[in-house]
Design a protein around this ligand. Sequence first.
Ligand code: 4NP
Length: 175
Amino acid sequence: MAVSTNDTESGKPTSVQRVLFVCLGNICRSPVAEGVFRSKVESRGLGDSFEIDSAGTGAWHVGQKPDQRMRETSLAHGVSLEDQRARKLGLDDLWTFDHIFVMDRSNLEDARYLDATGEYHPRIRLFRDLDPVADSPDVPDPYYGGRDGFENVYAIVDRTCDAILEELMTGPRAG
Ligand code: 4NP
């Protein structure tokens, strides 16, 4: 696991933290989380302190760009997802990434299932555990719904990525 102590002068973590976002298809929720988190990291000048990626527990969309509706919604908020391509989550991801944020409880079950020993389960967390105003444990899957669903996902992801970045920069809050 990456050491995440802070440099006392700059306030930046002294080593790279590897962060992975996971959903089912890797074309809606986890790509926007990857893009928004990267945007927040870069706007704070922390690009050297993080490696950021996303993956899906299913393989249906491997190699595809994020869903057009998600790309358009995200771009309207200033975050391009154009360079992303879907890929499938593997056991090696559980070894590689220090923090794995899954979008819903089904993703949590599927990601844990990859690691039969449970050694890496502590790295896998529900994304909305860090949502300051979560009304559900799950980021709702927008794939079969309307445009409102994509805006709702963006709003959840935006505020939760702020909370994740704060935690990774300062350590978890007490209580
Ligand atoms: P995501 O949304 O998990 O947020 O990428 C979905 C995308 C595609 C499918 C399901 C969910 N699908 O069934 O193809």
